[in-house]
Design a protein around this ligand. Structure first.
Ligand code: G1P
Length: 290
């Protein structure tokens, strides 16, 4: 049973400056809730009870967000704002959340390596802290790949089909379809050119990893962008004949560190919220009129 998750949230957010100069991209709000809270909620809804967040410089507000805020609670209580009080208290009760610092920005593989002692000898989930996976099936995306792990063991990655001209933004797999949406992964490559890409199936921000991955992270050399890539560690592990699967998740990915996606995500989530959907819908129609 997988109960632990790692959420890397240490990246600089350079695509979102100046908003991310002094505030982490994971704290950007989608409607009224920071991205990171949705990610934690997805983990919890998937059965995770223990979360390790890997943070870097300038990310203290992430700790504060998941900590209790007695002053705010007292203030809300005194003013009789009980609904808000309930919401605020619920955040700090979501899961056991721990923090570890990634000292240098050496890449996603290195960030995951910071979780080594925390996860111990059990398989664990990884959820990238700047990406929302809006389930299209009612089952959270992380849960979907945990179920693939339950069936086949080994490592599992969430997959998404992307247009060929965009493969160079992702890790891309070569694999064989063995069941509905499920692929046996034979190889994977980080940010290939369209000519190099073995398919258009991209790794989509959720992983289940087994603890043997740490020795492969130690063994890989810096790859794309001079960074220690988790894709390269998985590639080396796969080449050593350890099983790995991919699952084309039933979920819509929103990469919130990307400005256009951020705006679109706010609209999608806003239209999914009963309290503001009617007025927001009307506003969108109004400004779209020629
Ligand atoms: C990372 C991974 C990549 C993956 C992508 C989206 O890239 O390295 O393999 O496809 O996330 O999940 P990044 O977006 O950090 O450049």
């Amino acid at each position: 049973m997988i109960t632990k998750a790692v959420i890397p949230a240490a990246g600089f957010g350079t695509r979102f400056l100046p908003a991310t100069k002094a505030s982490p991209k994971e704290m950007l709000p989608i409607v009224d809730t920071p991205v990171i809270q949705y990610v934690v909620e997805e983990a919890v809804a998937s059965g995770i009870t223990d979360i390790l967040m890997v943070i870097g410089k300038g990310k203290r507000t992430l700790e504060e967000h998941f900590d209790r805020s007695f002053e705010l609670e007292l203030e809300l209580e005194a003013k009789g704002k009980l609904k808000e009080l309930e919401k605020i208290r619920a955040i700090s009760k979501l899961a056991n959340i721990h923090f570890v610092w990634q000292r240098e920005m050496l890449g996603l593989g290195d960030a995951i390596r910071c979780a080594r002692h925390h996860v111990g000898n059990q398989p664990f989930a990884v959820l990238l802290g700047d990406t929302l996976m809006q389930s299209q099936s009612g089952v959270p995306a992380t849960r979907q790949i945990m179920e693939v792990h339950d069936r086949f063991g080994g490592c599992v990655v969430a997959l998404e089909e992307v247009p060929l001209d965009r493969v160079s933004r992702y890790g891309v797999i070569r694999g064989e379809l063995i069941d509905e949406r499920t692929y046996r992964v034979d190889d994977l490559i980080e940010k290939p050119t369209p000519a190099e890409a073995p398919s258009n199936l991209a790794v989509a921000s959720r992983y289940v990893l087994t603890p043997d991955i740490f020795s492969y992270i130690d063994a890989v050399k810096p790859g794309k962008g001079g960074e220690i890539q988790i894709t390269d560690a998985l590639r080396m592990r796969t080449a050593a004949h350890h099983p790995m699967h991919g699952y084309r998740v039933q979920a819509r990915r929103h990469d919130v560190g990307n400005t256009l996606d951020f705006i679109k995500t706010n609209i999608v989530y806003g239209l999914a919220r009963e309290d503001i959907a009617p007025a927001l819908g009307e506003f969108i129609r109004e400004i779209s009129r020629p």
